[in-house]
Design a binder for this molecule. Structure first.
Ligand code: AFP
Length: 329
């Protein structure tokens, strides 16, 4: 059987003029780093990845050892390739321009090295999320402002899920594609061609422990789902919440569903990060035929005002996301 590897897939995209050689190499480098992180995640306690690193990140969250390791793997992999002008990580305070002794490329990389890291020690799926932007023309030393571009300007985005299998999902703007890590050849193999999220669903994902803090439109939407067959929706809904966005979004891509982390009276701006989580996931979900909003605005149209900005997220099956937007209107 002839199987398409990620390398082949990217070369085909380059030949078709959808990406250039620099972007292809950058995406391959990120995928290679994800494989290395996957190996570390698999080792668990044996690789020293479990437990707290005893430090806090820029968000004031306690870092796990694997948070720190994953961040370092991505930094080291991307420092010297010559494709990047600068990068930023959810785990770091500031922009990191490419060191002057390496060639400086035309792209900007943003990543969440280990999403869902509070799940590491309990052996639940975690992952890596990334987003690629173009560095504005004429900039010699990129700063925070260069990164503050709306999500619709992303040239590529993707994520890896380190679960029972390691999956790598990517878009360069011509659909969303999924790859499975073949542990024998250690290559990503195309297994999910042109992912398509069903427009309708009967499955929702939300952290219900925040219910008392939700705004009225979200409360109404979930109440109607919970009312099931006897309520206004006239059908029963199922609920799932992994608390690793990578795993929850992967499920939505696989079988449809709606994923919500709305703003509430405690997280007034929302909980998820616009640049490292919402934008890349919104790009992928739209490319798979779904929709993504903060309740009132399409996520990809939001103009960011700071790197570590938080945002409300509602994404997934189009008709359900539109219904939630209607309730907000
Ligand atoms: P951590 O990386 O700190 O575990 O956060 C994961 C996350 O940003 C996202 O992946 C989940 O959807 C969300 O937080 C889970 O948040 P709750 O713990 O509030 O349910």
């Amino acid at each position: 059987m002839c199987r398409t590897s990620l390398t082949q897939f990217l070369i085909e995209r380059q030949r078709a003029g959808k990406i250039n050689a620099d972007l292809r190499l950058l995406l391959e480098t990120i995928a290679r780093a994800c494989k290395a992180i996957s190996t570390r995640v698999n080792k668990g306690s044996l690789g020293g990845g479990h437990g707290s690193a005893g430090s806090e990140n820029v968000q004031g969250e306690i870092q796990k050892n694997l948070d720190v390791m994953s961040n370092e793997i991505l930094l080291e992999a991307n420092e010297w390739g010559g494709n990047l002008a600068a990068l930023v990580s959810e785990e770091m305070e500031d922009v990191k321009p490419t060191p002057t002794h390496y060639p400086r490329g035309e792209y900007l990389l943003l990543f969440d090295p280990l999403d869902g890291s509070s799940n590491i020690d309990v052996n639940i799926s975690v992952g890596t999320i990334f987003s690629v932007l173009r560095c504005p023309k004429g900039v010699t030393v990129p700063d925070e402002k260069c990164f503050l571009q709306p999500g619709r300007d992303q040239v590529a985005a993707g994520f890896a899920v380190y679960g029972p299998t390691t999956q790598f999902v990517i878009t360069v703007g011509d659909g969303a594609y999924g790859f499975t890590l073949d542990r024998e050849s250690f290559t990503f193999v195309l297994t999910h061609e042109k992912i398509n999220i069903p427009e309708d669903t009967a499955e929702f994902a939300i952290n219900a422990s925040n219910m008392r803090r939700w705004e009225a439109p979200v409360k109404r939407y979930i109440d109607e789902c919970l009312a099931g067959k006897d309520g206004p929706r006239g059908k029963d809904f199922n609920m799932r919440w992994v608390a690793s966005m990578v795993a929850d979004v992967y499920r939505v891509l696989s079988r449809g569903g709606i994923f919500m982390y709305p703003r509430d009276s405690k997280n007034k701006d929302g909980r998820l990060r616009l640049m490292y989580e919402a934008n890349p996931m919104a790009f992928i979900v739209e490319q798979a035929g779904g929709a993504a909003t903060d309740g009132t605005t399409r996520i990809l149209d939001i103009q960011p005002h700071k790197l570590h900005q938080r945002i409300a997220v509602v994404l997934g099956s189009k008709n359900e996301v539109e219904r939630v937007s209607k309730y907000h209107a």
